[in-house]
Design a protein around this ligand. Structure first.
Ligand code: ZN
Length: 86
């Protein structure tokens, strides 16, 4: 399981120190940025960013997230929103 992810190249790291070492590389060895749409597989599940947003206590307790909003976050390219089963 990847706990830390480079925001530039999306490489995953198991520890914070590995991640920091990677970020502290000299400029000429610095990783290249990868556009999110290339690495983001919508079927791959919830990204860290979405997970963080969903986990925001104020938003969670306020119940502001509808199934449709969550679905749109996870699968922005899907036109069809399946029934939540309610
Ligand atoms: Zn990187």
């Amino acid at each position: 399981m990847v706990l830390y992810q480079c925001r530039r190249c999306k490489a995953g790291f198991k520890s914070q120190s590995e991640h920091e070492d990677h970020l502290m590389l000299p400029k000429e060895r610095m990783c290249d940025t990868v556009p999110a749409e290339i690495v983001t597989d919508p079927e791959d599940g919830i990204t860290d960013a979405i997970e963080t947003r969903l986990a925001t206590p104020e938003e969670a307790s306020a119940g502001v997230w509808t199934w449709e909003e969550i679905w749109r976050l996870i699968f922005p390219r899907d036109d069809e929103i399946p029934d939540s089963g309610k």
